[in-house]
Design a protein around this ligand. Structure first.
Ligand code: PLP
Length: 277
């Protein structure tokens, strides 16, 4: 009999729930999305679905009906009745005996959770502290893959240092992004962030930050920022779906600006929120 052991319990492998055999668990073999709603309205659903489709293609998970994914998201959101919700979903390549080569007949697994987004208004008022960490990830970070161990280690390091987010720095000393956020700095009134070619996730928040900056007449450039330059930024902020724009007031040992969220960041926060109404 082929067996499996779950903690102290020995079970017949044939009786195992298929979630134990999910390739997402064994290999991180899947892709995911996180989106949110503001006051009962899902924000940027099309953008998230388009990125999800790209992620699926990037890891060669074929045959997914994006229309069906959309319907599931909408159905679950309606069922949850949470006005300010975080919606997480993933698709893994499927379940089966552990083998790097998946074979051709995998049935992908879909999984979704919805939870309430907590109050993060204090982070916007006080600003985040961030610390740097080497970017140890693979070379396809445009794919929102379930392989997040380097991001987890980076976040744990930040947390040990009393920081809220880890900023990933590549081998050339350039910032790619946060462990779970896009990174922006302001120099002389111009917003700067790594280009989308720089092994970063095409953040949806970034897309709307660009629009917000345009609306309020602030220049925006795509150019990587070194960790050394970031210490001298006038302002730093992060972008992430669950919290949109979050100021950062400390970068490693450097205090950014006067140690309070900067004026451009504040304007962006106010402009961004208009997209969500
Ligand atoms: N970069 C990484 C590595 C992320 O994990 C995230 C979000 O979780 C982001 C950037 C921000 O992306 P988005 O604005 O689409 O939430």
């Amino acid at each position: 009999m082929n067996i499996a052991m779950i903690d102290d319990k020995i079970v017949d492998s044939n009786q195992l729930d298929r979630s134990y055999l999910d390739r997402g668990l064994y290999f991180g073999d899947g892709v995911y999305e996180v989106l949110r709603s503001y006051n009962g309205k899902i924000f940027a659903l099309d953008d998230h679905l388009a990125r999800f489709e790209n992620s699926l293609a990037g890891v060669e998970i074929a045959g997914i009906d994006i229309g069906q994914v959309r319907s599931r998201v909408l159905k679950a959101f309606e069922a949850a009745k949470i006005p300010n919700a975080k919606i997480y979903f993933h698709i893994t390549r499927g379940s089966g005996p552990r083998d790097h080569n998946p074979g051709l007949k995998m049935q992908p697994n879909f999984f979704l959770t919805i939870s309430e987004i907590g109050d993060y208004s204090k982070s916007k008022i006080n600003g985040y502290k961030v610390s740097t960490y080497p970017d140890l990830r693979w070379k396809k970070c445009q794919i929102k893959s379930l392989n997040l161990l380097p991001n987890v280690l980076a976040k744990m390091d930040a947390s040990k240092k009393g920081c809220d987010e880890a900023i990933l720095v590549d081998e050339a000393g350039l910032i790619t992004e946060g462990s779970s956020s896009a990174f922006f700095a302001v120099f002389g009134g111009v917003i700067q962030t790594a280009p989308l070619t720089a092994n970063v996730l095409p953040s949806i928040t970034r897309k709307y930050v660009v629009k917000a900056a345009r609306n309020i007449g602030i220049r925006f450039i795509d150019k990587s920022i070194s960790a050394a330059q970031a210490k001298n930024a006038d302002e730093i902020f992060l972008g992430v779906t669950t919290k949109d724009v979050i100021p950062a007031v400390k970068f490693d040992d450097a205090v950014i600006g006067d140690g309070k969220p900067g004026p451009i960041t504040k304007k962006l926060i106010d402009e961004f929120i208009k997209f969500t109404k």
